[in-house]
Design a protein around this ligand. Structure first.
Ligand SMILES: C[S@@+](CC[C@H](N)C(=O)[O-])C[C@H]1O[C@@H](n2cnc3c(N)ncnc32)[C@H](O)[C@@H]1O
Length: 211
């Protein structure tokens, strides 16, 4: 599993170009994936959501749009430059102004026990140095009956796999270097997806709800 300090410094280097790279490299599909995730959260009608590994805040903003203003939403990340991107974006939209973005490591969250009705984590679980500890933390902060919603890359169908890895290992890092100037960060992406347990999901992107 990746070391926290190298993950933090990698996201710190690409923070300013993270959103552009996401849009271009996913062909805009990342917006749809977050829309699907937040739709699942809406079906639970939680009164509070903590978005972990929030990065530049796109899940937190999507949650606000889908859940409305009555729900308490907060974002946590351990990389200050990514949080700064989230805060700048949040200040641009009136409906996002009440979303606090705070520094918080998923392995030791600054959140009280049993205090949130839902936890979201999008493209974050794969990056944790200790996933078991991270999942324990998520369980600790969830209220009884609360849910964890995780959006993460997974393995595609066997037939698609060669094309998928061809794109991830060779095409994507080249485009990423042009967009962010940091090919290494996107070399890491392919390796981390390949070594992430696929679970029992049949879809390319796994949405899961754990109660
Ligand atoms: C790929 S980005 C995902 C950002 C956002 N959730 C999204 O969907 O675009 C991964 C984020 O996880 C954060 N991260 C990785 N490990 C973390 C940890 N242990 N605690 C908090 N944040 C972490 C990184 O700083 C980075 O912002």
């Amino acid at each position: 599993m990746p070391e926290s300090h190298s993950v933090r410094s990698m996201f710190g280097r690409i923070a300013g170009r993270y959103d552009v790279a996401n849009r271009v490299l996913s062909g805009g599909t990342d917006i749809y994936w977050r829309w699907r995730l937040t739709g699942l959260v809406r079906s639970q009608q939680p009164d509070s959501v903590a978005d972990l590994a929030t990065g530049s805040g796109d899940v937190a903003f999507a949650l606000r749009r889908r859940l409305g203003t009555g729900v308490r939403i907060s974002g946590y990340d351990f990389c200050p430059p990514m949080l700064e991107e989230a805060r700048v974006k949040g200040a641009r939209g009136a409906m996002y102004k009440d979303i606090p973005f705070a520094e918080g490591d998923c392995l030791a969250l600054p959140i009280d026990d049993q205090s949130v009705a839902a936890v979201t984590i999008s493209f974050g679980l794969r990056n944790l140095e200790n996933r078991h500890l991270g999942l324990q933390e998520m369980r600790r902060i969830l209220k009884p009956g609360g849910c964890l919603y995780c959006l993460e890359f997974s393995q595609p169908y066997a037939l698609l796999r060669p094309f998928y890895y061809l794109y991830l290992k060779y095409v994507l890092p080249l485009f990423a270097r042009l967009l962010t100037g940091d090919k290494a960060a996107y070399d890491y992406l392919a390796g981390s997806i390949e070594s992430f347990p696929p679970g029992r999901f049949k879809r390319r992107n796994a949405f899961c709800r754990i109660q």
